[in-house]
Design a protein around this ligand. Structure first.
Ligand SMILES: NC(=O)c1ccc[n+]([C@@H]2O[C@H](COP(=O)([O-])OP(=O)(O)OC[C@H]3O[C@@H](n4cnc5c(N)ncnc54)[C@H](O)[C@@H]3O)[C@@H](O)[C@H]2O)c1
Length: 269
């Protein structure tokens, strides 16, 4: 099969681990060049077509610099994938003090929402010039309860709002879509303000042990982030989705089919 993203320059945030790393690998395999941005890029192996950029997504100046680097190294920017995020480990609202709630709100919202806004703002002119696309990572928590606690769910509902608002603002030259993934074994960590920055979602998966997860109907796929990358390719490729903007593909292993995710089986604390 011929590559689906030839002559395409992409910027992926949160590219060092999990989904971002899988999207980066898939885009490279489909012929794209990728600027892989993360707060820690030490795990990313340099190779042909791949440039790394170490930055925090809460730093708008750094994101603007990363876009400028895409233009200098790749001749422009065609696709932005805002993806870097943290989880709240399903902390119940009433299990947080008011001070913890306030601090964790600032940290989660600034990474999960402001990080997407700053990336989109920094990339806007370059994407307008290339008639490019934004493909945001969303979540089952963008639609349903109990994919996180109140803070994470609020942040992922907000990101869902960004898809439709920016699809409106950036039309007609830039398409903006989302992929709502769910339940994949990654290093997804929590807020430092709650002492959860050393946690990894993979450990929660491992504690569950082998065997089917009754809350994820397609329970075989969630261990491999690569299984979630095809919708990103389709939404990035202009030839495949020229008339699609403001849309969200739910690649959540079937959590949508259940309509909700039962907190009873989660990692609620
Ligand atoms: N894993 C799941 O089950 C799941 C489900 C739904 C949605 N998501 C979403 O997928 C996205 C990717 O998460 P993942 O599961 O691959 O986790 P991950 O931890 O494996 O990858 C996230 C990456 O983002 C980076 N990052 C975090 N904060 C950052 C910051 N402030 N600045 C720069 N980089 C930062 C991390 O260093 C990490 O490399 C997140 O937006 C997450 O909310 C994950």
């Amino acid at each position: 099969m011929s590559p689906r993203l030839p002559a395409t320059a992409a910027l992926v945030t949160g590219a060092a681990s999990g989904l971002g790393a899988a999207i980066t690998e898939r885009f490279l395999a489909e012929g794209a060049s990728v600027l892989a941005l993360d707060r820690d890029t030490s795990a990313i192996a340099p190779r042909e077509g791949l440039v790394t950029y170490e930055a925090d997504v809460r730093d708008g100046a750094a994101l603007a610099d990363a876009v400028a680097m895409c233009e200098a190294r790749f001749g422009g920017l065609d696709v932005l994938v805002p993806n870097a995020g943290i989880w709240d480990y399903q902390r119940r609202l009433t299990h947080l003090s008011a001070a913890e709630l306030s601090d964790a709100f600032d940290e989660i919202m600034r990474i999960n929402v402001l990080g997407y806004l700053l990336a989109a703002q920094a990339a806007a002119a370059a994407l307008q010039a290339s008639r490019g696309a934004i493909v945001m990572t969303l979540s089952n928590a963008s639609f349903y309860a109990a994919g996180g606690g109140a803070l994470y769910t609020a942040s992922k509902f907000a990101a869902r709002g960004l898809v439709i608002q920016l699809a409106h603002e950036f039309a007609p030259r830039v398409r903006v879509n989302g992929v709502a993934i769910g339940g994949v074994r990654t290093g997804l960590s929590g807020p430092a303000t709650l002492g959860l920055d050393d946690r990894s979602l993979a450990d929660s998966f491992d504690r569950r042990g082998p065997g089917p997860n009754p809350y994820i109907p397609l329970h075989d796929s969630p261990t491999d982030p690569q299984a979630f990358t095809s919708p990103y390719v389709m939404l990035a490729a202009r030839e495949e989705s020229a008339m699609i903007t403001g849309s969200i593909i739910r690649a959540d292993g079937g959590i949508s089919a259940r309509g909700f995710y039962s907190a009873a089986q989660g990692d609620q604390q």
